[in-house]
Design a protein around this ligand. Structure first.
Ligand SMILES: C[S@@+](CC[C@H](N)C(=O)[O-])C[C@H]1O[C@@H](n2cnc3c(N)ncnc32)[C@H](O)[C@@H]1O
Length: 252
């Protein structure tokens, strides 16, 4: 998904346009149908192969939101470490890691070891360069998250940011289930994702991803037998962007 994707203009009520609920149903249907198509994943791979391996590339031209993003994540992670039965600091995995922005600016400061999972080898190569002086990186795994299966009892924190819209609803539920089995007993999954305010699932044809309403994200989480321990909205982002939610999840 376009990190900086703006709120869709579909809810505009101009005279003569179809009834709003019909438009919303159509938009959601279109997004669901796109996920059934085999090209859903290959189109995303093709899109990302055209994107420069830079922070600006990762953030859809909005490099300036990286600092408030990382500050918001930092506060969220600190609040997780203060919970009763908090996760440990030994090992995290950065899912959809891109060029390693989140690992470099956040995760390596909090964990003894961080693995990166990312479908683009060129982004991972850039991450390796950028993190060459860090002794915190474990493995660089070039893999789609739909295929990622961690060993059981491995991670204190599974961090997923601005990538889950690239998984179909079905694959997302299965992904959550596999991540849950990869957690240590006090481990948690963190989700940081855009959500729509329209109640619709919105398709981004450019990068072949969907942006889900929070209600759908929460349903998939519930279906995956996870419970929500924390649910916070990112603040200090520019107007006009999708809302960004940070969720801390644990197996039920
Ligand atoms: C918007 S960028 C976010 C990168 C990073 N999480 C960040 O916040 O800086 C999305 C990333 O997800 C990766 N990606 C897209 N589909 C993926 C998939 N199915 N599995 C793993 N990574 C994927 C892209 O290659 C890209 O690096």
């Amino acid at each position: 998904m376009d990190v900086a994707g703006v709120v869709s203009a579909v809810s505009d009520t101009e005279a003569g346009v179809p009834d709003e609920s019909t438009v919303q149903d159509d938009i959601t249907t279109q997004a669901k149908e796109a996920q059934q198509h085999p090209a859903f994943y290959s189109d995303a791979t093709a899109y990302w192969s055209s994107v420069p391996a830079t922070v600006n590339g990762m953030l859809g031209g909005f490099a300036h939101i990286s600092a408030p993003d990382v500050s918001g994540s930092e506060r969220f992670l600190q609040s997780i470490f203060k919970m009763q039965g908090a996760p440990g600091h030994a090992r995290a995995v950065d899912c959809g890691a891109g060029i390693g922005r989140v690992t470099k600016l956040l995760l390596q400061k909090h964990f003894g070891k961080v693995d990166l999972v990312e479908q683009s080898q060129s982004f991972l190569d850039r991450a390796k360069e950028s993190l060459q002086n860090s002794n915190k990186v474990g493995s660089y795994l070039c893999l789609g998250l739909q295929h990622f299966s961690p060993e059981p009892n491995t991670y204190d924190v599974v961090w997923t940011q601005w990538v889950l819209g690239h998984l179909t609803d079905t694959d997302l539920e299965q992904f959550f289930r596999r991540m849950a089995s990869g957690l240590k007993p006090d481990g948690v999954i963190v989700v940081k994702e855009n959500v729509t305010s329209s109640g619709m699932v919105e398709l981004d044809e450019k990068d072949s991803s969907v942006t889900r309403p929070e209600s759908l994200l929460l349903k998939i989480i519930d279906d995956a037998q996870l419970k929500v321990l924390r649910n916070t909205k990112q603040t200090k982002f520019p107007e006009g962007l999708y809302d960004v939610k940070m969720l801390c999840l644990k197996p039920k």
